[in-house]
Design a protein around this ligand. Structure first.
Ligand SMILES: CN1c2c(nc(N)[nH]c2=O)NC[C@@H]1CNc1ccc(C(=O)N[C@@H](CCC(=O)N[C@@H](CCC(=O)N[C@@H](CCC(=O)O)C(=O)O)C(=O)O)C(=O)O)cc1
Ligand SMILES: N[C@@H](CCS)C(=O)O
Ligand SMILES: [Zn+2]
Length: 774
């Protein structure tokens, strides 16, 4: 029996990689210094895994930005618009140019598109393919890192994204071909890589094939069959562990069981039933390695050893010990690094901390589970199992988890709690009268630049170097100057700027009961950007207003409407570590009730427009379509519970980004927000198609510029986007706004971009007057 690790966090427990990468981008450290930080992190991770006793230690799970971008470098599929950089820049700079774009030294290239990695909050860079696409083995990172580990006397299992999943995740940049047809060209390059790994001494390769967690067509299934039969034929001595995660193999299972691979990895946290399906299948002869994904890589709860042992024993009926591996459900990339660093009792009380396991602790759990299976009668095993049971019992009956009033409120919810008083058309008339906004009203999505200065004031407050009074004075000044800036440039609906918030989810977690939060529980979101998801351990309720103070302060500074800014229940759920002892739907409704109370308090304080952000609603969609309806029912209901307690004249906005809306447009309409602002600029309003086809009835703010780039949008390009939107939608429904919040931007570019945006809206109003006069 072996322990098998699929991947480990690479950002570093103290975010060393984030800090070093950002310094490199600023020109403050050299490439060599950045490489040293990377090498240090890899070494530390490998030595830790070796010391704990992991048998199958991964390599190539490290990345300077993203593992899919690493594959793009490996296969040399560098888009033509960026490839020119090769002449004058290093490969590291070429890599970062693909990740972040480059506007320097005469270059002006845009980055690869970024999108969500399956249903996680991790983002990858989308490979781009053309009809005449060629591949070459451009980077040997996987081989180099294998050798690097070998030099530490550690024989690792290289982790590679399979060519099929790689092509599947990419996009055709022109018509006339399907990207899956590129497999024949890509396979020889992939084989070159395998040959180099074999020559270097690799015995096992973890081939990540997470597209098998999705509903696939024949084209993809045939590609899978072709790839694996070719590998087996060419490299019979190499052990391929086919690795799928985030859901079952589903209807791909029969095919998968017939593939000539040495082993299969199963995510038994997301889908525990698939093990029985495999054991019963006539296509399973018990000779393949089964890597049992028992330890949850997507959550922070300690493993329940008793439950895991039941699963292992079940598998042992058909598979012998040598062929059974104990694994995490997926890579621990999605877990925070180390629970031992958490010392703050106020944020994470000891009684809750003992229920948790971060990546480092999860690695130990894998080894303990193996020992429990192999030596069940040892004194050590009995003690460990008893202790684990005791902790689970304590958690189940802990008073801090249960809040009867909240349970009661959720049980009593009825359909009237998720309905506004009147339909949109009636509400709209009242809102028009109250708000008196111009045509093409302008607004922003909420956050203004979270500069180093803002973050460092918060850091100093945390370290108690300044008082709360001093911190509040600073936030007050930032808010005041942001309100005057918005007034000066002529925006119509203002925001307070979110300066007091560390993050749009963590901030609410810190103010809601039922949440704990960590001090170092960082998880990579994209590149150097990390989030610290709060931990929902118990029933969620609100004991006092969370945002009224700063919103009403901002409103007191101006006669223009200030939009209250809240994060929606589904997004708070999706971007937190969620308790696993009750259905997610129940937890979501508890959060929805807390947000509903906040919405009502904001309304009471005189705020007439309230935005409830739901950027994660699409990301929460189950990977397999058969589960969509059930999720969408409770997700949409939760949003409606949070937004329906107000008067008709109070305008509810929602905001979504990083989303493909076509699939769920009906459900978005069911949310019944008065206004929705969405990310559309990068796809040149292509995303609006869904809204147009569906005849989406309420108001829409299609984003007119991409906030991920420092580039200042011209008036002309925003005008063209708005003209396109005006062709598609009734003009009285159109709002003018950026794609998303401005927190990652600096002030100079924010100022110029918003001035241009307001000018364009004014021009659109003039054009519209001219047309109506004709
Ligand atoms: C909209 N997005 C979000 C997602 N998920 C969320 N939970 N939140 C989101 O906003 N998913 C999809 C996208 C992802 N986009 C982003 C964009 C930007 C970031 C980001 O900038 N992250 C920051 C960390 C944010 C944070 O919580 N900061 C804290 C702590 C700051 C800190 O480190 N302070 C230091 C002192 C600093 C100093 O002195 O200079 C300290 O305490 O020691 C805060 O502001 O208080 C990042 O830096 O990565 C993430 C996702
Ligand atoms: N109100 C948030 C939404 C981000 S999706 C912001 O502006 O940052
Ligand atoms: Zn957004």
């Amino acid at each position: 029996m072996k322990t098998n690790l699929l991947g480990y966090p690479r950002i570093g427990a103290n975010r060393a990689l984030k800090k070093a990468s950002e310094k490199y981008w600023q020109g403050a450290i050299s490439a060599e210094e950045l490489n040293q930080v990377g090498e240090g992190i890899r070494k530390e991770n490998w030595l830790l895994q070796q010391e704990v006793g992991i048998d199958m230690i991964p390599s190539n799970d490290f990345s300077f930005y993203d593992q899919v971008l690493d594959a793009t470098m490996t296969y040399g599929s560098i888009p033509k618009r960026i490839a020119g950089i090769k002449k004058n820049k290093s490969d590291l700079d070429l890599y970062f140019a693909m990740a972040r774009g480059l506007q320097q030294d005469g270059y002006d290239v845009t980055a690869l598109e970024m999108t969500k990695w399956f249903d996680t909050n991790y983002h990858f860079l989308v490979p781009e393919f053309t009809k005449d696409q060629s591949f070459e083995l451009y980077s040997t990172k996987a081989v180099d890192e294998f050798k690097e580990a070998l030099s530490l006397e550690i024989l690792t299992k290289p982790v590679l994204i399979s060519p099929v999943t790689y092509l599947f995740l990419g996009k055709e940049k022109e018509g006339g071909f399907h990207r899956m047809d590129l497999l024949d060209k890509l396979m020889p390059i992939f084989f070159e890589l395998l040959e180099q790994l074999i020559s270097a001494g690799a015995k096992y390769v973890q081939l990540d094939e997470p597209c098998l967690a999705l509903d696939l067509g024949d084209r993809e299934k045939n590609a899978v069959k072709k790839l694996y039969s070719n590998i087996a034929e060419k490299y019979p001595q190499l052990n391929i562990i086919l690795t799928n995660y985030f859901d079952c193999y589903g209807d791909n299972l029969e095919m998968v069981l017939q593939l000539p691979v040495s082993g299969l990895h199963l995510d038994l946290v997301r889908c525990h039933l698939q093990l029985d399906d495999i054991l019963k299948s006539p296509y399973f002869d018990g000779k393949k390695i089964l890597s049992l994904g028992l330890v949850d890589g997507r959550n922070v709860w300690m493993n329940n050893f008793e439950d895991s042992l039941v699963i292992v024993k079940n598998a042992l009926e058909k598979v012998n010990t040598d062929n059974l591996w104990i694994s995490g459900s997926c890579s621990f990339l999605h877990s925070p690094c180390d629970l031992d660093l958490e010392k703050n009792e106020e944020n994470l009380p000891g009684n809750i901390k003992q229920w948790l396991a971060f990546a480092k602790q999860k690695v130990k759990e894998l080894v303990v589970l193996k020992e429990l299976v192999l030596y069940p009668k040892s004194e050590w095993a009995i003690r460990n199992l008893e202790e684990n049971k005791r902790i689970f019992e304590a958690r189940k009956y802990s008073k801090s988890i249960h809040h009867p009033l909240t349970k009661n409120r959720v049980n009593k919810l009825s359909s009237k709690d998720s309905k506004r008083h009147n339909v949109f058309q009636i509400r709209r008339a009242k809102q028009v009268k109250k708000l008196n906004l111009p045509l093409y009203p302008t607004t922003t999505i909420g956050s203004f630049p979270q500069t180093q200065e803002v973050r460092s004031w918060r850091g100093r407050l945390k370290k108690k170097e300044i008082s709360l009074k001093e911190y509040n004075e600073f936030i007050k000044k930032e808010t005041e100057s942001t309100i005057s800036f918005q007034e000066d440039i002529g925006l119509d609906v203002l925001v307070h700027g979110e300066f007091e918030r560390n993050d749009m989810v963590e901030y609410f977690g810190e103010r809601l009961n039922g949440f704990a939060f960590s001090s170092y529980g960082w998880v990579q979101s994209y590149g150097s950007r990390c989030v610290k998801p709060p931990i929902i351990f118990g029933d969620v309720y609100r004991s006092k207003p969370m945002t009224v103070k700063w919103t009403s302060f901002a409103q007191s500074l101006t006669k223009k409407p200030v939009k209250g800014m809240l994060t929606g229940p589904v997004t708070i759920l999706q971007w937190s570590f969620v308790r696993n002892d009750q259905p997610r739907a129940t937890t979501c409704k508890q959060i929805a009730l807390a947000i509903r109370d906040e919405v009502k308090d904001l309304e009471q304080s005189g705020v007439n427009i309230i935005q409830i952000d739901e950027p994660a609603i699409r990301e929460g969609l189950p990977l397999r379509q058969e589960h969509w309806d059930s999720y969408l029912n409770w997700a949409v209901e939760s949003f409606r519970i949070s937004s329906s307690g107000v008067e008709d004249s109070t305008q509810i906005h929602t905001h979504m980004c990083y989303s493909e809306f076509n699939d769920i447009i009906k459900n978005i309409a069911d949310m019944d927000a008065d206004v929705i602002t969405i990310e559309t600029s990068r796809s040149e309003m292509e995303l609006l198609d869904a809204f147009v086809k569906f005849k989406y009835p309420n108001e829409i703010g299609p984003g007119v510029y991409d906030i991920h780039s420092a580039r200042i949008p011209t008036e002309k390009e925003m005008e063209l986007l708005l003209l396109k939107a005006t062709e598609l939608l009734p003009q009285e429904n159109i709002w003018v706004n950026p794609d998303c919040g401005l927190k990652t931007r600096d002030w100079p570019e924010t100022e110029s971009a918003l001035i241009n945006l307001v000018n364009v809206a004014k021009k659109m109003r003039t054009l519209s007057l001219a047309t109506s006069a004709e």
